[in-house]
Design a protein around this ligand. Sequence first.
Ligand code: SMG
Ligand code: MG
Length: 371
Amino acid sequence: MRGLELRRIAMPLVSPFRTSFGTETARDVLLVRAAGETAEGWGECVAMAEPLYSSEHVDGAAEVIRRFLLPEVTALAKSGELTVPRLEAALGRIKGHPMAKAGLLTALLDLSLRESGTSFGAYLGAVKTTVPAGVSVGIMSSIPALLDAVDGYRAQGYVRIKLKIEPGWDVEPVRAVRERFGDDLLLQVDANTAYTLADARQLARLDPFDLLLIEQPLPEDDLRGHAALARQIRTPVCLDESITSARAAADAIALGATSVINVKPGRVGGYLEARRVHDVCAANGVPVWCGGMLETGLGRAANVALAALPNFTLPGDTSASDRYFARDITKPFVLDGGHVAVPTGPGLGVTPDLDYLGEITTATEWLPVLP
Ligand code: SMG
Ligand code: MG
């Protein structure tokens, strides 16, 4: 293990993405490149520029990696014990910062899988060669604009639509989409913590529209509130932000706070923990689906591999590259009959276009691991 490169890239989104917490117009992405003796691995840190989705942000994640996580890598490398499971355990000393940890662990996992010639899918336990793709549709300026956007995504083949909601943009957009596209459309909503339990009656007004689920209506730490809400509405409650680990998933299920779970590797500290979330849910009969954080092709490759595990029985936010970017940093992920193919090559199975990466890089930093 020679060292780590932290690289920041700027990627404009094809259209602004508005959620209940803000509007993203570009991704400021932190990539981690793990340089080994004979290969290299890549990890994408999904922290956003500002701590609005969760408490992490991209500058903070870079600082945590260089200042607190790198010494753990160095210590294991010096004693000849550097493996991804051991590093994951060592990083447990550092509290929180799952997105920073996931970026680092994914780079090292990619490196070791490329060295052994194993794909992410094979390593994680994928049982499918393609996964169905849903799409997450932001809050729009008007209902006609929303219907146009949904129409366009349906024409491209997306098999499930997720509408972002917030107070004042919930029942009417859902009603409009249901009326226009019919009862067969797989439809769900995501509030990103914008409501409180006092809004239960308003949220119950979504019941007639047969949604697959309502994602994270209440604050991240309000498991009891989600359990109470689940008893008051018919739409299944699905947690995203609240599920920070496999243990959190087990707790939320035991409390009756969630009956479906959105798995995001960055939110839980990497792909090993994401697989544990999958396993805990499977053991409890709780279906899961793969969330998204507007990833580039690097992060998307790993997510699509994860989404091919057996208990991922609902379509994920694993859309094609062109839903996000005019040009991706890898060969683009494309929709084929509403599905995205799971990469089969070693590691992530995709590599970044280094020339293009150079063009969009805003900063790089080399962190040697061994002198
Ligand atoms: O990657 O397609 C994607 C985005 C999916 O809606 C999405 N993600 O809460 O699930 C979520 C949000 C978090 C990121 S919003 C900037
Ligand atoms: Mg969500």
